[in-house]
Ligand binder design. Sequence first.
Ligand code: ZN
Length: 702
Amino acid sequence: MFRPKLLVLAASLAVAGLANAALPASNPFAEVSKLPLNYPAFDKFSNDTYGPAFEEGMKEQAAEIVKIANNKAAPTFDNTIVAMERSGRLLDRVSSVFGNLSGANTNDAFEALNRELAPKLSAHSDAIRLNEKLYARIKALYDKRDKLKLDAESKRLLERYHTDFVRAGAKLSAADKEKLKAYNSQLAALSTTFSQNVLKEANASALVVDTRAELAGMSDKAIDAAAAAAKAKGMDGKFLIAVSNTTGQAPLEVLTNRSTRERLLATSLARGSRGGDFDNRDVVLKITKLRAERAALLGYPSHAAYQLEDQTAHDTSAVNKLLAELTKPAVNNARKEAADIQAVIDAEKGGFTNAAQDWAYYTDKVRQAKYAFDQNQLKPYFELDNVLHNGVFFAATKVFGITFKERKDLPVYHPDVRVWDVFDADGKQLAIFLGDFYARSNKRGGAWMNAYVSQSKLMGTKPVVANHLNIPKPSAGEPTLLTYDEARTLFHEFGHALHGMFSDVKYPRFAGTRVPRDFVEFPSQVNEMWMTWPEILNNYAKHYQTGAPMPKELLDKVQASAKFNEGFRTTEYLAASILDQRWHQLPADKIPTDVLGFESSVLKDAGIDFAPVPPRYRTTYFSHVFAGGYSAGYYGYLWSEKLDADTVEWFTENGGLSRKNGDHFRKALLSKGGTMDAMQMYREFRGRDAKIDPLLERRGLK
Ligand SMILES: [Zn+2]
């Protein structure tokens, strides 16, 4: 996943500049960080530094915008568009830090400030986008864009600003603009509530287990950790199992006690819809209604239609078509996998029918039977540091020539965060990379990348980017052994990081990952290919104790099982994508009142209501689409995967891992950010449009 910045405004960046006069010099945001590449001075930030910096930052940018809009001189590209790109530096400094820390390392003060700021930031953004004089200048320039003798990137920037403003409501009447502002402000507050509820609900939903016996299958260490967690909450003698992000929960793979599995899954599924303080059902109804009303005001039949217009997919029918086409083959696959699972249950004389809580546990047994290995055999070969240095970084060195050096002198916001200098093939510094890998109770679920500083030639900035994962932290002195999925996530998120670090654009608006949402997952998914690429795998997959390489047979089995469980994976993903679309394709007068009832009818109607495979996210904890930036956009992972699978084929056709291939991919694609139409960029990289066959092949859908 990739996390957009808090503000979707004209981005502006931290560069050497004047200190802000109205903010006391003691406030660490008053000045551009003097650390290398403007790396954030994490040791200087405290809870009370953010609020004043936001207030002053909004004030400062508002003044800059008024000056641009009221300029007596006729509009020029420089005095209008470039001036906007340069505006809001202080606000950008504080929001890039606050926006990320409120996800990665939050606290009560952050959450209170977030609730207070969300509507204010939304109003600030509206004041810019709905400024009539400013829009008139942009429009005047846009109308004569072919005569301005702009280079391609500048011309695109002008077009982008025009589109951004129109989509934000610049053409509405004064009265409708006021309505729009009210929608935006309410929606900003509701999204914040949704995401805070998800985190609080996850903590409040932890499963309490009375006896050690009920946790059979879990390692002694994991059970001890569960006992310690219970004790910390005053439940001495009991065990507490944390519930994480997705519907599926890691302990379901190992718990032998069926009723514990059932309770854990039920707990996960009930999040946000079981009553209590953190119930998200009403929040969802309000969000979907307001989004639909806002879309109608802007002239669109639904929020999804509004969102998709600006994506590479363009419209709801293209997305519906893709999802519908894949549903049947995916569910058929899942049914076949379910039959394999049932055969194991029956052979063990289990005496029950495979249900959702059984899938993860028995699927590993099927894997053992079919491919003669289980997930646990892999873990000793996937030690975090090894996978990172000798896998992820090694691949980047081989493919792109970049190198890494860890440094310990820069401040971090949590002792687990690590920092690397990244150097280009010519030895010059390319970027700084932060890794924040461990789960914490004050960290949002899932994995994501973000930029603290984005690359821009206009601003003279180089990237400072970070990856966040949620790997359970082992006890002191124990190694961090990754599951297959965690190792893949490490490669995935680093693909986003590469997209940010290789950015070579002039304007901040186009830096790195500022591409359509259904394109942004493409580079990150491509990077996953190196995880199992023999030369890379041989380099990192070594036993953490003995250093022995992963046995060839195990390696072959891993490769052979690549399509294993794809029916499940694709089905749970499609179910979530369909929920996202159906909620957001509703017009305002069709919003239901019963969230769970609507959810089940949608799944049934789409033919994806296969009980053993629930959606990857249910509506009430689907943060991607109700709090993050993926509303009507969750399909984008699969949409991007079409390009990804086609690109893997390109690498393979061209001899696989080589600097030549890497350099072409970097030059034609990773360095270009949003400076070109994404599909045109792909065409220039590949020499043709992407074909869907490699994706169908990979997902076992052919
Ligand atoms: Zn991603």
